[in-house]
Design a protein. Structure first.
Length: 418
């Protein structure tokens, strides 16, 4: 009987313990307890299939200011590698022909010493670690090499990768200059530049220049263009762009080799002149002390860019241009910071003589203070249903000739100060 009673008591005690344990598992967490944070995923590209640079060239001793002055005058391979479509065929998706060595050779033979190669990257990412399609990188490298073989300076950048609207990432790849998009933006930018640096380093001397970004701005908002220190939204965005530029410079310098010394240029908000001339613009810290500023100038807007604006040149335009160039000289060039106009031009309004005078004034005023200008060319020349809007056509790529040879001659002579 005692044994039976003992077993019964043991069974009751075991049941009680199990019940207490079960009850403990079912307890609800404290109302103020914070939910566990999800594990942070650090996405870094896999360099296994990345295009790498195996060349070897000695980097020269010219300063950034000297390099930019030696560029003389330049031309943009516009609406080509910067097209926003996907795949290798995107090079022709905006109506431009596939770039050939003959096109680059013809450009160099015309007297242009610099080519800016705008390149878009987000549409060529092949996995969640930001890996760029090696076929795309190889194609960019091929075109860069053609220009280098012609002893030209090459400016390579990140171009149409700014979001078209303020959409939280990572719904798509790219960057947007707001605090909420900062982390993902920096992941995209630094991983993209790591791969560019792998493909372009010791095989390229000072003739290759890196440009961090193109027209970084608040796309799709009322504050997208121009820049004003009195606009708090733009001011905040410029602060983010300062961070972008610093992290890109850090990434490029960390890749070592010639990239530890290479000239790196960067824009302010939307590539305006007003942003870098403001106190909101902060140049990155740079151990190589070899930085430059890139601006875009379609000035004055009614003449240079507005399709239905004025078609008449006036001497006041030259004085206004000179004022802006002198401001850039005073803040940057005189302090050892290179400056170039990465994009400029005047749309064709069937006003060749007026445009000759404008181009002559524009280029010469820049050259007087050590600033080189690089014309934007989308090969659009003839007036159409949209009038003269966006008619920035100068070089006939397939034929290697110019729409207006006399205008081209003005560009060359003005750049050489002849």
């Amino acid at each position: 009987m005692k044994k039976i009673i003992s077993l019964a008591l043991t069974a009751m005690l075991s049941f009680a313990l199990i019940s207490c344990a079960s009850g403990a598992k079912k307890e609800e967490p404290a109302k103020n307890a914070k939910p566990a944070e999800p594990e942070k995923i650090v996405r870094v590209f896999d360099a296994t299939n990345a295009v790498t640079d195996t060349g070897s060239k000695e980097y020269g001793t010219k300063t950034g200011v000297e390099i930019v002055y030696d560029m003389t005058t330049g031309w943009n391979l516009g609406n080509t590698l910067d097209a926003t479509g996907g795949g290798l065929n995107s090079e022709t998706s905006w109506g431009q022909p596939r770039t050939t060595k003959e096109m680059i050779d013809g450009l160099a033979a015309s007297g242009f010493k610099t080519i800016r190669i705008p390149a878009t990257w987000h549409n060529h990412i092949i996995d969640s670690n930001y890996t760029i399609d090696p076929r795309w990188m190889a194609r960019v490298k091929e075109i860069v090499d053609w220009a280098i073989e012609d002893d030209m300076y090459v400016i390579l950048n990140i171009h149409h990768d700014n979001f078209s609207r303020n959409t939280k990432m990572p719904y798509r790849y790219g960057y947007y200059p707001t605090e909420e998009n900062l982390e993902e933006s920096l992941s995209f930018l630094t991983n993209t530049w790591k791969q560019i640096c792998l493909a372009f380093n010791n095989g390229y001397d000072e003739h290759l220049v890196f440009e961090t970004l193109n027209e970084p701005r608040l796309c799709g908002t009322n504050s997208e263009w121009n820049y004003s220190t009195g606009n708090p939204v733009q001011k905040a965005a410029q602060g983010i762009i300062n961070t972008f530029n610093q992290e890109i410079v850090n990434t490029i310098r960390a890749s070592g080799g010639n990239n530890a010394k290479r000239l790196i240029t960067m824009p302010g908000y939307a590539c305006t002149t007003s942003a870098p001339l403001s106190s909101d613009f902060v140049l990155p810290a740079d151990p190589a002390n070899n930085l430059g500023v890139a601006v875009h100038m379609y000035s004055p807007y009614p003449f240079a860019m507005q399709g239905d604006g004025t078609s008449k040149y006036s001497p006041k335009m030259a004085s206004d241009l000179a004022y802006t160039f002198k401001q850039l000289e005073a803040k940057f060039v005189k302090n050892g910071i290179a400056v170039y106009v990465g994009e400029y031009g005047a749309v064709n309004k069937e006003n060749p003589e007026d445009r000759k005078q404008w181009f002559n004034a524009f280029i010469r005023q820049g050259r007087k203070v050590g600033i080189t200008s690089i014309v934007w060319d989308n090969q659009a020349y003839e007036k159409d249903k949209n009038g003269f809007t966006e008619k920035f056509g100068y070089y006939k790529r397939a034929e290697q000739t110019w729409f207006e040879p006399e205008l081209t001659e003005v560009m060359i002579q003005a750049a050489n100060m002849e």
